[in-house]
Design a protein around this ligand. Structure first.
Ligand code: ADP
Ligand code: MG
Ligand code: MG
Length: 789
């Protein structure tokens, strides 16, 4: 949730008086950071994920699941390794808004090596385990965006009653005891946002109207809180009423932070990732149930915007401006309002409200108008949480006041300047993703986003569309089943004058725009991700990028599985978490088709999710098949230490022609597992109904690398007609997936395989025939061969 500073919080009345002071000093601090670090160059590519977990408790007897309020209890233990050995721990833990949440990040950020993609999922699993080990019987760590019955009566363990007339959020549904108690920031924020707004926060989430939903649907709110009928008026027809910061900030998300090489690159990345935020939001949709009701939306985004909306009635445009400085169209939790690179200026097509004094101060100090506008826009907000000990600071040594405002602008992207006196560079944070129920999915998303940033930078792509269209996309993304039914504005041609002519980019390179032609058009998520005849598709760009990269076979397999998930989800052949949850609810025997997700249904849903997340149950409608055999199981292999026990020896025997030699006698256990693993993945890939994986599995266009035994050239016969005529034995022709005739140079292959694999090859392929050869090549090619097309 951003910066956490310890200390004694000021009351709202006191905090308010410092609003201008914090703004002025925050700007001073930014100017100082900027001037000191603007020329910082050559920081390496680093990145890391953040996952917010919830903790739940199952009451199997009464079929009820509740959120366990235990973060305050287990966080000290989780944070212990960091305190004793900060440079060498596997994970870092932080408190989050609610006492049922814990936020975990990897111990160190990942770097530029492809093999790091093979570590993400294992680290996520480790974090899940670390949390899990500290929980009691029937308690579990879960990763999901929103607890379906958050805000229902007795939704926590232990239970607490709401006291709207005295509590910080004044909520009918969310008691103060659920807020993380050990850090004053959270309750202070809650109270101050409400005080500033001059009323409690509120949203009416559209209800999913089912066959037997009472019409009109008007909830009786008198059963909640401590004031009986007084709250009746807050219900709005056909909607789910929410009224607490905790019902938004109590949701979980998946964030990725990237370090760029320089401030310019960070600004470029910030802009390029902005049009992707709604696309990823739709792909990750995981929040179809709110306070025990099925909603007509699939995402948390708008709820969060509303649940921390501190704008006064004047700022919201409900009253004429009298005391306030601006009418502000959006909450401080919102999608970004402007691009920040100089080259992006023409796409900022909506009014960017800004603090004029801040803007002038920034530009007077050498900051260009685009960046100045961004900061001056963030600084239209007041501080909503201030600590007594942190007011009078040295603006050349501290960035607390800048961060006070920056980190409470909860936008879809965040531009993060380097902290003072650290070795951390200019960073950007990608923030829209909803959290998925399995580590596999979360790792897949993170990998997809990181690879995309690399491809964008390597190929100098341009994804920009007008910011108003990004905003429009952000709304479409949240609609029910947006992945399958909505269309999104997306840029038609992503290549620029600086994009190199790789095989894939060349196919889209030339379509530069005619005068007056619109640069973007509406596309489905499937087209954006998987491509079409008219559009290259983001996955093809990533595959192209990967094919020019030296990636070990193991990591490549892992990445392929991740991209396969993204591809299928975009194609609609695998469900989003949201669609799957809806499906479980609506088919549940206890569901009365009245939009209500009862205790029993929520219990069954979350129990299923628990089983799926621990790998005990399959979920073939959400996850690709064979998900039990994940690449991450091979992760430890990269650190393999060889000793006598490393060899499989008698466990797996394959006797050679002499009848004496076990061909596998020198195979290490790790390599044996890898062999099995990769063979299985290769075979599974051929069954994929959506994508033909032949190309990606067997035909990488990489330069010869030493780890391969040989590079085999396959000539296309269309180009070598003569060769074809000379060969009488047509059986030696092999068809590839594009129906091109290829003449495989059998003898050459065999002799190379013989050379590389010695006795193993004669056993597997004593008399080369086309069928046997194909089998051999399929089986072995990933590890021993890379066919060079
Ligand atoms: P936030 O302010 O969003 O809470 P965190 O401090 O929790 O940010 O870290 C977010 C992520 O950034 C973590 O995954 C962490 O590993 C990663 N990270 C840490 N240092 C760097 C760095 N120098 N460059 C990029 N990412 C980093
Ligand atoms: Mg973050
Ligand atoms: Mg964090």
């Amino acid at each position: 949730m951003g910066l956490l500073t310890e200390g004694h919080p000021l009351s709202w009345e006191e905090t308010k008086k410092y609003a201008q002071f914090i703004r002025e000093h925050g700007i001073e601090q930014f100017i100082h950071t900027y001037n000191k670090l603007k020329d910082r160059r050559n920081d390496c590519l680093k990145w890391g994920d953040e996952v917010e977990y919830i903790m739940v408790r199952f009451d199997h007897e009464n079929k009820k699941v509740q959120l366990v309020l235990k973060a305050h209890d287990i966080l000290p233990t989780l944070m212990e390794p960091e305190h004793t050995n900060p440079d060498d721990c596997s994970s870092l833990w932080r408190p989050e808004y609610a006492d049922y949440m814990i936020e975990g990040t990897p111990g160190q950020p990942y770097g530029h090596l492809p093999v790091h993609f093979n570590m993400v999922e294992a680290n996520m699993r480790l974090r899940r385990q670390q949390g899990q080990e500290l929980l009691g019987k029937d308690e579990y760590v879960l990763s999901t965006s929103n607890f379906p019955r958050n805000g229902c009566i007795d939704f926590t363990y232990p239970t607490h009653k709401t006291t709207p007339s005295t509590s910080a959020s004044a909520s009918l549904f969310f008691p103060d005891e659920v807020i993380y108690p050990e850090h004053p920031r959270f309750k202070t924020l809650t109270r101050n946002i409400r005080m500033r707004r001059q009323s409690k926060v509120a949203i009416h989430v559209p209800l999913f109207i089912d066959e037997k939903t009472p019409r009109p649907f008007v909830e009786d709110l008198s059963i909640y809180g401590d004031a009986g009928d007084a709250y009746k008026s807050e219900a709005v027809e056909d909607s789910i009423y929410l009224d607490a910061m905790g019902l938004g900030m109590g949701c979980c998300c998946l964030q990725v932070t990237f370090q760029a090489q320089s401030i310019d690159e960070a600004r470029f990345l910030y802009d390029q990732l902005t049009p992707l935020t709604p696309i990823v939001l739709a792909l990750t949709a995981a929040s179809p149930i709110w306070r025990g009701y099925l909603a007509d939306v699939d995402c948390r985004w708008n709820v969060l915007c509303a649940m921390v909306d501190d704008r006064t009635p004047e700022e919201r445009g409900l009253e004429p401006l009298k005391n306030e400085r601006f009418h502000i169209p959006k909450s401080r939790y919102s999608s970004v309002d402007c691009y920040i690179s100089p080259d992006s200026a023409m796409y900022n097509d909506t009014e960017v409200i800004q603090d004029a004094d801040c803007f002038h101060k920034l530009t007077e100090n050498g900051i260009d108008p685009m960046l100045a506008q961004h900061v001056a826009h963030l600084f239209i907000r007041d501080t909503v949480s201030l600590f007594k000990e942190k007011i009078h600071l040295d603006d050349t040594q501290d960035t607390d006041h800048f961060e006070n405002i920056n980190s409470t602008n909860w936008q879809s992207m965040r531009f993060k300047p380097p902290p003072v006196n650290s070795n951390i560079g200019w960073r950007v944070e990608f923030r829209p993703s909803e959290l998925q129920m399995t580590d596999f999915e979360n790792a897949a998303l993170v990998t997809f986003i990181v690879l995309l940033t690399r491809a964008i930078m390597t190929y100098n792509l341009n994804l920009l569309i007008p910011i108003s269209n990004v905003d429009e996309n952000m709304q479409s993304a949240q609609k029910r089943d947006a992945v399958r039914h909505e269309k999104f504005h997306f840029r038609k041609c992503l290549s620029t004058m600086k994009t190199p002519e790789t095989p894939c980019m060349a196919s889209v390179q030339k379509s530069f725009f005619q005068d007056n032609e619109c640069e973007h058009r509406l596309m489905t998520i499937n087209e954006i991700i998987n491509g079409s005849n008219e559009f290259v598709g983001l996955l093809r760009i990533i595959q192209d990028y990967l094919s020019n990269l030296e990636v070990d076979a193991d990591t490549r397999c892992t990445i392929n599985q991740y991209l396969n998930l993204i591809s299928k989800r975009a194609a609609g052949t695998l469900m989003t978490n949201a669609a799957w949850m809806r499906n479980i609810v609506t088919r549940h025997p206890a569901y009365k088709h009245d939009s209500v997700v009862s205790d029993e249904i929520a219990y069954d849903l979350l129990w299923k999710m628990t089983k799926i997340s621990t790998g005990e149950e399959e979920c073939p409608t959400v996850l690709p098949l064979e998900n039990d055999f994940l690449s991450s199981k091979c992760c430890a292999l990269t650190d393999e230490k060889i000793d006598e026990n490393s060899f499989i020896q008698d466990e797996c025997v394959l006797i050679d022609q002499s009848g004496l030699l076990n061909v596998f006698h020198t195979l290490t256990r790790a390599n044996y597992n890898r062999l099995k693993h990769e063979a299985r993945i290769s075979l599974n890939s051929f069954n994929d109904p959506v994508i033909d994986h032949f190309q990606t599995l067997f035909m990488t266009t990489m330069k010869p690398i030493n780890s391969m035994d040989a590079i085999i050239q396959i000539f296309s016969l269309d180009k070598h007609e003569k060769l074809l005529e000379e060969k009488s034995n047509k059986n030696q022709l092999i068809m590839d997936n594009l129906n091109n005739k290829h003449y495989l140079l059998c003898q050459q292959v065999i002799s190379l395989l013989e050379y590389g694999l010695k006795e193993r090859i004669s056993l597997l392929c004593p008399l080369p025939s086309v069928t046997q050869l194909t089998k051999t090549v399929s089986f072995l090619s990933l590890f021993f061969l890379h066919l060079h097309t």
